[in-house]
Design a protein around this ligand. Structure first.
Ligand SMILES: *Cc1c(COP(=O)(O)O)cnc(C)c1O
Length: 413
């Protein structure tokens, strides 16, 4: 099967498989997809052009592609209680681009969470298309609680009267009150959008409130907690469905990636199962075990803990290392995390005062509270005392945990 893969690619592929097997993955936005999804991503579906939508394509030979995409649309609508679904965005960023194009004209005002408070680049950052095309104003988090201050959101909404209010974040550890956001949006007759890229799997698994019926439009990635192919999805209320579909195609994209879409459909099917509900519950329990054990070690967490899959650790004052240093110390023992800004961070984005951890990937791998507590102890020890001997010992413990929970054992390259 792999005989014809260019050797340089094959070498890297083998190394990447080994890397994935032999480290503890705590990047909050990553996960391990099922073998079924890997197979669909690498299937013959990649050969097919299918511009347009099921039943309305601009190419012949789409009948089987139509079956898969239509099935996925049905699953997505049911799973998230949406009137309409579009599975074609190539990424979460493009899902957002399509959603903005559906609701806004260039120059329109949007209220969203700022990047440094936990928002995403596509929520109006000045060097992203979003910040260049639309007029964003930002809410942050409360300095004391480090949680969204809904009164501040309301005050900003009344002051700036945006056409759209956006909820959703890349590093925020608390449940988001969609109902409260909707009430604020209604006061100024604004649209309400939710970007649930990080929490879609938690919503699907019933451990985070669903943005519907409150949101007009909901975007997501499909590869984070939802555990599917890398890509995006947009869901909306009936009245936006036509505009949304034409915003995605022909608005911002050409041919959809049907091999990726099939992997999204498989993920939606998996996420509709009882097993996935248990997965989502375990993700939450594991993040809590990780958070509690770090706090027992006198390490400060942003917002004092977590209600979802993410934990944001303040390392600079707690432990005397920057986020960048913490990331590289942990990587040296086989724990992969990312440095992350904390609210009102005094460090530059290249250094940061924090790291972001997530429980989604290692929960897929079978870790329960016991293993997450062990991981938290390893992290605390490594960041408190990073002499070589200590780190060597901790690297052994990491290796043992990985060996106890093997992954992708059937894959041979
Ligand atoms: C990850 C993320 C995205 C972007 O997804 P990409 O697929 O990387 O483009 C958008 N919004 C939020 C909140 C995210 O966390």
């Amino acid at each position: 099967m792999n005989k014809n893969i260019d050797n340089r690619i094959l070498d890297s592929l083998k190394n990447e498989l080994n890397r994935q097997k032999n480290h503890i993955e705590l990047i909050a936005s990553e996960n391990y997809v099922s073998p079924a999804i890997l197979q669909l991503n690498g299937s013959v579906l990649t050969n097919k052009y299918a511009e347009g939508y099921p039943g309305k394509r601009y190419y012949g030979g789409c009948q089987f592609i139509d079956e898969i995409e239509s099935y996925g649309i049905e699953l997505a609508k049911k799973l998230f209680n949406a009137d309409h679904a579009n599975l074609q965005p190539h990424s979460g960023s493009q899902a957002n681009e399509a959603a903005y194009k559906t609701l806004l004209n260039p120059g329109d005002k949007v209220l969203s969470m700022s990047l440094d408070a936990g928002g995403h680049l596509t929520h109006g950052y000045n060097i992203n298309f979003s910040g260049q095309l639309y007029d964003f104003v930002f809410y942050k988090v409360n300095r004391e609680t480090e949680e969204i201050d809904y009164n501040e959101v309301e005050k900003l909404a009344l002051e700036h009267r945006p056409k759209l209010i956006l909820a959703g974040a890349s590093s925020y550890t608390k449940i988001i009150d969609f109902k409260r956001f909707k009430e604020i949006a209604d006061k100024i007759d604004a649209y309400f959008m939710v970007d649930m890229a990080h929490i879609a799997g938690l919503v699907a698994g019933g451990v985070h409130p669903n943005p519907f019926p409150y949101a007009d439009i909901v975007t997501s990635t499909t590869h984070k907690t939802l555990r599917g192919s890398r890509g995006g999805i947009v869901l909306c209320k009936e009245q936006f469905s036509k505009k949304l579909d034409s915003a995605v195609f022909p608005g911002i994209q050409g041919g959809p990636l049907e091999n990726q879409i099939a992997g999204k459909v498989q993920a939606l099917s998996e996420a509709s199962s009882e097993e996935f509900k248990q997965y989502a519950q375990q993700v939450i329990k594991n993040a809590k075990a990780l958070a509690d054990t770090l706090m027992e070690n006198n390490i400060r967490l942003i917002a004092n803990g977590t209600q979802n899959h993410t934990v944001i650790v303040e390392v600079k004052n707690s432990l005397g290392v920057t986020g960048k240093q913490a990331e590289s110390i942990l990587e040296s023992i086989g724990i992969v995390v990312n440095k992350n800004m904390i609210p009102f961070d005094s460090e530059k984005p290249v250094n940061t005062s924090g790291i972001r951890l997530g429980s989604a990937a290692m929960t897929t791998r079978g870790f329960k509270e016991k293993e997450f507590k062990a991981v938290a102890q390893i992290i605390a020890k490594a960041l408190k005392d990073h002499n070589d001997q200590n780190l060597d010992q901790l690297a052994q413990e990491v290796k043992q945990l990985c060996d106890n929970f093997p992954i992708y054992t059937d894959i041979k390259y």
